[in-house]
Design a protein around this ligand. Structure first.
Ligand code: SF4
Length: 240
């Protein structure tokens, strides 16, 4: 990964020139908010998970209240995000387990742990994977950790930064020695690139700012149009 560190920094700079420096919330969101929002974001778009998150926050005054609620009530409130039975189970399980340790629900204890220890702690919860855990570390604890979703995984493989079969393998490879201070911009702008330009099929290589340093053998130069999708990034917009 040492060789890749320079390439990651170069990509980060090119993406900032293209997309700008992504905005962050100030102060950073509560880790528990990020944790629940990331669970809600699985297999859906940010618009729907944002609605589901707000439904929960508007219906209850605290996560302690959500912990006391029936799972079926949580399921109804988050239905818009899809997979509501599994997500409501994961959220309820998480909150109840946390409450077993302390009546006041919080993930602030994670501050004491290293990145790897914190990820291990969070993935102990049922239904919580490395991507969810790493989002908590980046978006709420401001760690030098780059979460890997399907977009980040696909783009990093096409660029030649990794050669991996799964997002989890990509995550562990790029985070062995991730450069300081750029994880948020790198992660966020790679997602924008993956959504708008380096799409799963027919990537728009003609307009891609990374074209010159990309190793992908099947570049597509046919489609010149750039779809101007509305940019809503869930984890930089919760708790506002
Ligand atoms: S050049 Fe094409 S394949 Fe490579 S990152 Fe850009 S859009 Fe993706």
């Amino acid at each position: 990964m040492k060789n890749n560190s320079n390439k990651i920094q170069k990509i980060n700079k090119i993406l900032i020139d293209h997309f700008g420096i992504p905005k962050r919330q100030n102060p950073l969101p509560n880790p528990l908010d990020t944790f629940v929002a990331t669970i809600l974001s699985q297999n859906t778009n940010d618009n729907n998970s944002y609605k589901a998150f707000n439904n929960l926050k508007n219906a209850f005054s605290s996560w302690e209240e959500v912990a006391k609620a029936k799972r079926s009530t949580i399921e109804r409130l988050i239905k818009v995000a899809g997979l509501a039975p599994a997500k409501s189970k994961a959220i309820k399980n998480l909150l109840v387990k946390l409450q077993n340790n302390s009546p006041k629900l919080s993930l602030d204890f994670l501050q004491e742990f290293s990145n790897e220890e914190a990820i291990n702690q969070l993935t102990e919860f049922n239904g919580v994977g490395v991507k969810t855990a790493s989002c908590v570390l980046l978006f709420s604890l401001n760690r030098d950790v780059c979460p890997v979703d399907t977009h980040v995984h696909r783009v990093l493989n096409r660029l030649g930064i990794v050669k991996t079969k799964t997002p989890e393998k990509t995550f562990w490879q790029i985070n062995q020695n991730f450069p300081n201070g750029i994880a948020h911009s790198f992660h966020t702008n790679l997602i924008l690139l993956g959504r708008e330009i380096c799409t799963p099929t027919k990537p728009k290589c003609k307009i891609c700012p990374l074209q010159k340093i990309c190793n992908y053998q099947e570049k597509n130069f046919e489609d010149k149009s750039s779809s101007a999708k509305k940019r809503i990034l869930l984890l930089d917009n919760i708790g506002i």
